[in-house]
Design a protein around this ligand. Structure first.
Ligand code: LRH
Ligand code: MN
Ligand code: MN
Length: 387
């Protein structure tokens, strides 16, 4: 049996990257509700991310989205972040908000638009040089709405071509991380709809091209932990975009909709070595907080991941192996469920306090009055990306 004290070493090393865009106002196509205290600049988003790290010790880096988070001097931004106790992480390349990309970016039939999309990614690599980021994350909104609209096959070839030009410009320690999503904004076909497509494109590129698995990007009922297992087995799982969903790409707080699914996923991460010291798997959040306050929304999220990691680490793997070897289906399932149902909250609270952190970061944030101060100081915050 593993006890809580056996797993604190691994918990100590747990790091969850937070997205800059989680701190901006966001919403649906029906309404974006502004909330008091919303960041007005990239610096303020970074400061909010730093607050999450200060109270949890879990979120040492913040991911940027370019051009949403464009600044004149990224080195200066990195120094600013460092002074607040956090680093700049993954650079997300955005080729979905420019009119030119209406019919696709890296897969557009127009070679001039493809070249523009490639150039944007090369610009992102420049940014990575200044921020010291390891990962360039590419998610494409590319796809079509109607059968016959485009040549799907040609678009795969253009995609391969564009990605390879980008990949060639990466530094030796940098990676290209290709994210997939089964639909939206395109509703008929999407150019990188699934892990298979992402994987084959990455395999063609080389070792430093890896897949990003966003938990909200699958059809309902998909066994996501199987995909996690397979990508880890192949050494091709680059990163996670964690969030949770009831319907499609809801981007709700990770672990909120289906904690058991999160447990199953993290169990496979542990099994596949994704939390080992030498692992390159990056754990990130990709969420929006449409109706709740954003900083505590992010605090809740990283705590949810931490809790589920603790439960997964407590899984009695010896008992599980024994039950499996004996073919005892029910015993194996019971061992698994016992770990899932283990309440680790008190242990985690005590352990946080030992390390000088608030035992209950949510309560600490509430009591700090920080949110009210931000609301007073910051007037005119805007939607994620409107910088
Ligand atoms: C696409 C996505 C992708 C983007 C982010 C804003 O749905 O998950 O990761 O970069 O949302
Ligand atoms: Mn994502
Ligand atoms: Mn998404």
């Amino acid at each position: 049996m593993t006890s809580f004290s056996d797993i604190t070493g691994r918990l100590e090393r747990l790091a969850i990257e937070v997205p800059s865009w989680a701190y901006g106002n966001s919403g649906t196509r029906f309404k974006v509700f502004g909330s008091p205290g919303t960041p007005r600049t990239v610096q303020e988003k970074v400061a909010d991310a730093a607050k999450v790290h200060e109270l949890t010790g879990l979120a040492p880096t913040v991911a940027l989205h370019i051009p949403w988070d464009l600044v004149d001097d990224f080195k200066e931004l990195a120094t600013y972040a460092g002074d607040l106790g956090v680093g700049l992480g993954t650079i997300n390349s955005n080729t979905f908000q420019d009119d030119d990309y209406k019919l696709g970016s890296l897969t557009n039939a127009d070679s001039a638009i493809r070249a523009k999309a490639v150039q944007h990614n090369l610009d992102c690599i420049e940014v990575m040089g200044q921020t010291g980021s390891r990962d360039l994350k590419i998610w494409l909104a590319d796809g079509t709405n109607y059968p016959g609209q485009a040549d799907m096959r040609a678009r795969q070839d253009w995609l391969a071509e564009g990605l390879s030009t980008i990949y060639d410009q990466l530094g030796e320690d940098q990676r290209l991380v290709l994210e997939y999503k089964f639909f939206e904004p395109a509703f008929y076909h999407t150019d990188v709809p699934d892990w298979g497509t992402s994987l084959v494109q990455c395999l063609a590129l080389g070792e430093r091209a890896v897949v990003c698995l966003d938990t909200g990007h699958h059809a309902p009922g998909t066994n996501i932990e199987f995909i996690v297992m397979q990508l880890l087995r192949l050494g091709k799982l680059g990163s996670f975009d964690f969030n949770s969903r009831f319907y499609a790409d809801d981007d709700l707080i990770v672990g909120a909709a289906d904690p058991f699914q999160l447990f199953r996923i993290i169990t496979e991460v542990v099994r596949g070595g994704g939390l080992d010291d030498d692992s390159d798997v990056a754990l990130m959040l990709d969420q929006c907080h449409n109706v709740e306050d954003k900083i505590p929304g992010q605090i809740r999220s990283v705590l949810n991941v931490q809790e589920m990691v603790a439960r997964a680490l407590l899984l009695d793997t010896a008992a599980l192996d024994a039950a499996r070897t004996e073919g005892d289906v029910l015993a194996a399932n019971q061992v698994f469920m016992d770990a899932f149902y283990t309440d680790v909250r008190a242990d985690l609270a005590g352990w946080r306090e030992e390390r000088g952190l608030p035992g209950d970061p949510m309560a600490a944030y509430r009591a700090s009055g920080h949110q009210a101060r931000l609301a007073e100081e910051r007037v005119g915050g805007h939607q994620a990306g409107w910088n």
